[in-house]
Design a protein around this ligand. Sequence first.
Ligand code: T46
Length: 148
Amino acid sequence: MYNCGLLRFRKIGSVSNEQFGYLTPIEFGAEIPFDVKRLYYIYNVADDQIRGKHSHKKLHQVLICVHGSVDVNLKNYFGEETYTLDDPSVGLYVGPDNWREMSNFTDDAVLFVLASEKYDEDDYIRDYDSFINYSEKKYQLKKKTLKK
Ligand code: T46
């Protein structure tokens, strides 16, 4: 889908061989498609909570569920997709102009996020109709329906 997609990181090790386990290295500049300026993580979220409900004008991010599982629904001018993140060796790249909603957090879920910019509330669009208007103007294409 436009401006988002899964990144598969290396997974070094094995669960055979007396369960030595895995190590996933992520080298900034090589495996992340932007310079990382901030990281944060989201955890202890009840399974009936929906987080997100906003888009970003400029921010690029990679979301990695390092423990447990979470669903991330993305909508942009060109389509919609839901990704289940449940593997710490997989990241979801989310570029600007994606409306995101995170749901179905398992009790043990820890969602780790790498971000291209420091926190800036002015970069958020938190109203869905404003997101649609902004996307329509930006992409200057004829009207296409983004379903609520
Ligand atoms: C996103 C998804 C995946 C800060 O003070 N600094 C920060 O770096 C962040 C990320 C948030 N905050 C404050 C702003 C709010 O008062 O923390 C509070 C909760 O933030 P928010 O409601 O935006 O959290 P989520 O889970 O809805 O969204 C977050 C990110 O904000 C957002 O950029 O893409 O995770």
